[in-house]
Unconditional design. Structure first.
Length: 119
């Protein structure tokens, strides 16, 4: 019987069961498939509550995204409009403006929520 995960021991047991189920060749729409799906949701909710991920630093998010899309800092200067502004942003001397956040969101698809964090 599936129950909400209320403590770390139950969390560890749920993780172990998820692992075991993932090792099997489960058929879609089976009892085991449903069990795996529900357990995964319960584990995710427990982790969200007890092990929250920190919000990314906006500068790190920009650098990470540039690397992901194989762009250079010179490309960032083109996105922001000024080469000196790019240097000031990446060094932390200048904060991102609303227009810059919108442009980074549009061009690089960086979530605005990641760019508005304090740094």
């Amino acid at each position: 019987m599936l129950r909400p995960i209320k403590n770390n021991q139950q969390y560890e047991e749920a993780l172990e069961r998820v692992y075991l189920l993932m090792q099997k060749d489960i058929q879609p729409e089976s009892k085991q498939s449903d069990e795996l799906e529900v357990l995964s949701i319960l584990v995710k909710e427990y982790e969200h509550e007890h092990y929250p991920l920190p919000k990314p630093n906006p500068l790190e998010a920009i650098k990470f995204r540039l690397e992901q899309v194989n762009m250079s800092e010179a490309d960032l200067a083109n996105i922001l409009g000024y080469r000196s502004r790019k240097s000031e942003i990446l060094s932390g001397k200048r904060k991102l403006s609303l227009a810059m956040i919108r442009r980074l969101n549009d061009v690089l698809n960086i979530p605005a929520e990641a760019l508005i964090q304090a740094y």
